[in-house]
Design a protein around this ligand. Structure first.
Ligand code: AMP
Length: 421
């Protein structure tokens, strides 16, 4: 199938050609005809599937079919959880709609509202917004949603994770009852299903790459390593020049800063990106990463949500996420648009083994463990036994061997990559 087969108008086809898109992705093939037909849509798709274009393209075409006369009113609202995603959606609309006379504005918090309200005053067709700033500007009467014809709720499950679900409901309550709604979520936890049931009318459901099926083209590896050795292990991995562009995930903002700082000290240039950085600093770090000027970007999950770098070769989970779906989101940052990617995860088995089990249950596979690395740690139920000459062998703790407190020469080749001397 080509984009021509989707009955798109020439200006959009030309813009897509300029973007270098030849074939619609599965979500685009299914969602574009549904949206063009004016139907509600429930799209189960994660970032990286081409879902932004799947909703942006039909919206552009529908709005262009009935252009506005006089002062423009906001006819489409796209609600998305993070500033980075909002900016990226804005860029997509600008790209796919570059040959159409439609206007859009992107609004998000953390920056002065002046330039945003000024842009809104001029009249626009499409508004891309994060929930907090939208409600704020609505309360100040800079925005009203009375003329919305199409409403997109993007990354609904992430809205829930980030505590925005109440804000989303407040926004929905202000929308006209008669409208088209396009609803996207990577996962469908019960609360999100309930929200979808209340805001969609007879939706068509489109599901691609369910979150539990991690992209097959991504190679995944698990390295057991003590927390105190993670820094050294990361440095040793990043010294490998074959790693061209890598996103390192930490659980906390503080952790992201610390890892970036430690890498710097060890001679591996890196930048950190998280919610406590100013918008300018985040954009700069992202720009450097996208252009290839920065090879290593350390990020928290929320900050990384909108990062879209096609050439990303590696993702490293410095810490495992405690929400298993987050693992799928993280590793989905690599291996995009047909490229292959590698995801390496560090697991301190004394603290993160339950997280690993939850991830493996969700994705339905056992992630291969690399034992041959400089700072190995045994899996739970096993201990490292120090042998003469500093060689370790891994033994079961229940094998009476620990209590003997003396070196054992017995070698369990299924459990250890090292031979005793
Ligand atoms: P998304 O899932 O919307 O974040 O898109 C993931 C990436 O795929 C973005 O970099 C898009 O520019 C790219 N993309 C979207 N649709 C296509 C397509 N049909 N062909 C090639 N790349 C695409």
């Amino acid at each position: 199938m080509t984009f021509q087969d989707l009955n798109l108008v020439a200006p959009i086809l030309e813009a897509l050609q300029q973007e270098g898109y030849t074939t619609p992705t599965p979500i685009q093939q299914e969602a574009i005809p549904i949206a063009l037909a004016g139907k509600d849509l429930l799209g189960c798709a994660q970032t990286g599937t081409g879902k932004t274009a799947a909703f942006s393209i039909p919206i552009l075409q529908l709005l262009n079919e009935a252009p506005q006369q006089g002062h423009r009113k906001i006819r489409t609202l796209i609600l998305t959880p993070t500033r980075e995603l909002a900016i990226q959606i804005g860029e997509s609309i600008a790209a796919y709609g570059r040959k159409l006379p439609l206007k859009h504005v992107v609004i998000f918090g953390g920056v002065p509202q002046g330039p945003q309200t000024k842009a809104l005053k001029d009249g626009i067709d499409i508004l891309v917004a994060t929930p907090g700033r939208l409600l704020d500007l609505m309360d100040q009467k800079f925005i009203n949603l009375n003329d919305i014809e199409i409403f997109v709720l993007d990354e609904a499950d992430r809205m829930l994770d980030m505590g925005f679900i109440h804000d989303v409901k407040r926004v929905v309550a202000r929308l006209p009852k008669e409208r088209q709604t396009l609803f996207f979520s990577a996962t469908m936890p019960p609360e999100i299903q309930k929200l979808a049931d209340t805001i969609l009318v007879n939706p068509e459901k489109v599901e691609v790459t369910p979150v539990s099926s991690t992209a097959e083209k991504i190679k995944q590896y698990m390295l057991f390593v003590e927390k105190s050795n993670k820094k050294k292990l990361l440095v040793s991995i990043l010294r490998n020049d074959a790693i061209k562009s890598v996103l390192v995930f930490t659980r906390t903002k503080h952790g992201a800063d610390r890892v970036a700082r430690d890498l710097h000290k060890s001679g591996v240039p890196a930048e950190a990106i998280h919610g406590d950085k100013s918008q300018g600093a985040r954009q700069r770090a992202l720009g450097n990463f996208k252009s290839g000027a920065t090879r290593v970007l350390v990020a928290t999950d929320i900050a990384a949500r909108g990062i879209d770098v096609e050439a990303l070769s590696h993702v490293i989970n410095y810490e495992l996420p405690n929400v298993p779906e987050t693992y799928v989101h993280r590793i989905g940052r690599t291996g995009r648009a047909g490229a292959s990617g590698t995801a390496i995860s560090f697991c301190d088995t004394s603290e993160e083994f339950d997280d690993l089990k939850a991830i493996q249950k969700l994705i339905g596979l056992t992630i291969p463990v690399i034992k041959d690395h400089p700072y190995p740690m045994p899996e739970p139920g096993m201990v490292n036994i120090r042998l003469p000459k500093g060689k370790d062998v891994v033994k079961r703790t229940d094998a009476n061997i620990v209590s003997q407190q003396r070196p054992q020469r017995h070698f369990n080749k299924h459990r250890s990559g090292k031979k005793p001397s």
